[in-house]
Design a protein around this ligand. Sequence first.
Ligand code: MRU
Length: 368
Amino acid sequence: MKIFGKHYQTIWETDESISSVSIIDQRLLPFEFKIVQLSKLEDFLFAIKEMQVRGAPLIGVTTAYALYFAVRDIPPSKFDNALYNAIDKLLSTRPTAVNLRNAIQGCLSEISKEADNDAKVSAILNYARHLWNSDIEVCKKIGSFGMELLKEIYNLKRDTVNLLTHCNAGWLATIDYGTALSPVYFARDAGIPLHIWVDETRPLNQGARLTAFELLHEGIPHTIIADNTGGYLMQKGMVDIVIVGTDRTTRSGDVANKIGTYLKALAAKDNGIPFYVALPSSSIDWNISDGVREIPIEERDPSEVKYVLGKVNESIANVLICPEESPAKNYAFDITPARLVSGLITERGICPASEEGLLSLFPEMKGG
Ligand code: MRU
């Protein structure tokens, strides 16, 4: 999608010899647009942990490239050591997004088909490229299925469709298009009038900083709201549909997403407003069923709650917003139980948030 009228994606190979991969440093948006190069495992660990890149699908693709750079110049005698050391470190960066683990498993499965090290390194690179390409295709499909929901609302209402979203599950969280926001871009292209309510999404304000930034650059009408505003808007009939993304969805349809998502789902249920979750199948954890009990919830540094990043005059600054001595807690995600989810928008279509629903679209996962 576009920034300043130019098409960008969130990660790309810098040159033909792949001296590095380039990313947009999302920590600095919307205040500064900076492209950063990653070429060492440490660069990738920092980028994922400190959220230069973030969003489950983008974390997955970045992880595959991290493994490639971790092993590509390693002599055969040290190959396995370097690979498993990188895997351990990557797994500890961001525990909730299952795309990270799925990307590692995908790389390992490709490596297992090869005998010599050069072929293993190529297999990882090919897998990273495959994930990159398939993420774009998957997000487009999510967009075209999700657009039908927006079209239905428009056909009934014949007026602007008001969609509320939480965090950033737009193109900045994927390679291009996004998950929750892909239907918005497809609907815009189909001529459906839209307005997006953007939850600010404390503590890191991915809504106010990133979702607003990408909607602004795509010319989509939107309004930033404080996180606690959604319930009021729903009571007043000012929200037609909620669409969010997910970092991990269980086989029974429980959804982990940015902290605060659960409260929006409760408010939507109470007000009879459809609450949809858009996801690539790479965000499904087929091994677990009980989201509240089984999904690991990332706890981040409390300083992210106590300080807010902003722009003061021409400088970017972190401002303390509470007594410095007060303790804070920073749970990054919460779980929305399947019973509160109206449906899951996937690359294979829309299904109920249940095991039966998911298996109707992904029958190959039966019994697995
Ligand atoms: O902590 P973040 O910014 O990585 O959290 C991102 C989200 O919660 C997104 O909604 C989720 O990863 C889905 S992205 C398509």
